[in-house]
Design a protein around this ligand. Sequence first.
Ligand code: PLP
Length: 387
Amino acid sequence: MIKDKLPKDLPSPCYIIDEAKLIENCEILKGVQDRTGCKILLAQKAFSNYDLYPVIAPYLAGTEASGLFEARLGAEEMPDKECHVFCAAYREQDFDELLRYAGHIVFNSPSQLKKFGRRAKDAGKQIGLRINPECSTQEGHEIYDPCAKGSRLGTTLNQWNEQMTPDLIELLDGIHFHTLCEQNSDDLEKTLTAVEEKFGDVLKKVKWLNMGGGHHITRSDYDIALLESCINRVKDRYNVQVYLEPGEAVALNAGYLFTRVLDVLKNGDVNIAITDMSAACHTPDVIEMPYRPPLYDSGEAGEKQYAYRLGGPTCLAGDIIGDYSFDAPLCEGSELIFGDMAIYSTCKNNTFNGMPLPDIWLKCSDNSFRLLARFGYDDFKFRLGSR
Ligand SMILES: *Cc1c(COP(=O)(O)O)cnc(C)c1O
């Protein structure tokens, strides 16, 4: 159990990255690459703790970036590996610098391809266009569905037919789609069918197909065999190099958030515990997505004897982590460990309310602990003004 392994004096709140679990995930991904010949990239927007890039690099083909800074990070911290970038729209003032970092540049629209494609091609880059197969496979999470009606992400067949002139098609080395979020390979299979129906003739002309992220490959119930048959199907039919760029799957369950209870109170029937971590600041996806993060040694709201609503110390009424229950009452100083906290956490946190950013620690494969990053007042202040 992770709790027994924590150093006694570990400060809270803090993130802990689990090197052994990260390697376990990478081994699964490497297996997919080895068996199919596909290439897998780390989508840095989910996990960009670059101290771990040397651990990840031997297993993966490179990094995927959402723009200039992530592309630079990938180029700097995972050098000698591929660096891909996709952005819904690139800025003129960033583009030349971007060409220094990225080898593959994916455009979102025919107009962006028209604006920058030739320049990127002349710089020796691989050029891709993101398509939108208009095949929604997720329900309830509209903000995570790039195929939702009116989506700005990816080029639809209609847009393609209206705007993709032969000189633009000529520029393309590859096609990219990203439509999934935390999904299994049956949804990929459905999506691929839509991609083939709409863009099969294009696939015959390009060298690679990037199937984006959202593949929950390292989740225990993920159907890897079906993923591999999907990869082999497009490889065989179109003779393309297949890329995947998962973020979550690389660091799934490879981190924790350690927090202590600062106060316990009661409002009517509701027992409340205020933690030194904030959902709004330190795990924003808990509120944005929303989801209820796993918490060690706890149960669902009514499952165990002592139920609490856990919330953060900020002024936001909705700074609630969730309802949990425990075998023993919580009190000031109680220690809690949330699971699956390596993804969309350290790279997405903020200092709203002047909340300090938590330390980032590494639990090394040999079970020793190492501090990777510590933050202070300056990290809060420097973004806000001139001094
Ligand atoms: C978000 C995103 C990814 C990674 O998604 P995960 O859900 O973390 O696997 C990959 N590619 C693109 C274009 C994305 O927007």
